[in-house]
Design a protein around this ligand. Structure first.
Ligand code: ATP
Ligand code: TZE
Ligand code: MG
Length: 263
């Protein structure tokens, strides 16, 4: 717990640059969350600059939420280069399983060895080829139901797999951590999962133990979500209080509030 709360101070001190190739819906939310938490966001997908950008950032986040042909080529180019130069990169498989096109792009991205895959339960089950038809970007399964799929996906890909939901599971082969913070109202604000992936990018940029970095990111999401939910009257004010909670959170309060279980 202490190591995890120290990562919050490290994040604010080091302010890592995090590149996102992400969806139109959440670009603003995720950039603001990164800033509030102490990191520095850059959204960049133009193919002529994508490799140069990967060179200078601490981590890359690839999110297929509103993909198209040009963007998916940018994602593949960026991820391939990140893999070549061993820069950590996060895959957010938004809407995995919803359409054959998404699955095709995801199959290409998986060959480029993401450091972390962070998705909701339905997305992780779809990626691990558990036979489900997902509804869209929102999960129709609980994270508990996806645990087996997550373990399989981590073993298949070598990635650390994060399943978000009521309980967040962080899976690295046979190692497992659970984060029990957070509030159901978080699922009523679009892009909270994308924000979790963005903060995961910030944490892996400053911490080489990927399981630890991912656990810190999900604990930070959950604790900020708890604080925001105590003050919010609905999804609109939740988003606002969430940024303020990320900005104002001190390591001591972070450590006091985090509920992390290593089974
Ligand atoms: N029922 C819940 N209880 C507690 N926390 C939750 C709950 N549902 C979601 N969360 C938290 O909300 C955040 C987003 O998780 P979620 O699984 O909703 O992502 P997502 O479906 O990928 O979202 P999006 O695609 O809109 O970005 C995570 O930090 C997760 O822990
Ligand atoms: C609603 C939505 N549609 C594509 S991406 C996105 C944001 C949440 O994942
Ligand atoms: Mg999502």
């Amino acid at each position: 717990m202490e190591q995890i709360s120290e990562l919050l101070s490290k994040l604010k001190n080091q302010s890592p640059l995090v590149q996102s190739i992400t969806n139109y819906v959440v670009m603003n939310n995720t950039a603001n969350a990164l800033l509030a938490a102490g990191a520095s966001p850059i959204m960049a997908h133009a193919q002529p600059e994508v490799k140069d950008m990967v060179n200078i950032v601490g981590a890359l986040v690839v999110n297929i939420g509103t993909l198209d042909e040009y963007w998916s080529e940018s994602m593949i180019k960026a991820a391939a280069y990140a893999h070549d130069i061993q820069k950590p990169w996060i895959l957010d498989p938004v809407g995995a399983g919803a359409t054959p096109y998404r699955n095709e792009v995801l199959a290409s991205l998986l060959t480029l060895k993401p450091t972390v895959i962070r998705g909701n339960a339905s997305e992780i089950m779809a990626l691990a080829q558990f036979n489900i038809q997902s509804k869209g970007v929102d999960s129709t399964n609980s994270s508990d139901e996806a645990l087996e799929a997550g373990i399989q996906l981590s073993k298949q890909t070598g990635a650390t797999v994060v399943i978000s939901g009521e309980v967040d599971y962080i899976i690295d082969g046979d190692r497992l951590a659970k984060v029990k913070n957070g509030n159901p109202i978080m699922a009523k604000v679009t892009g909270m999962g994308c924000t979790a992936s963005a903060l995961t990018g910030a944490m892996v940029a400053i911490e080489k133990d990927i399981l630890l970095a991912c656990t810190a990111a999900m604990a930070l999401m959950g604790v900020a979500g708890d604080i925001a939910a105590e003050k919010a009257e609905g999804p609109g004010t939740l988003q606002l209080h969430f940024y303020d909670a990320l900005y104002n959170l001190k390591p001591e309060e972070f450590e006091e509030r985090m509920i992390i279980v290593y089974p």
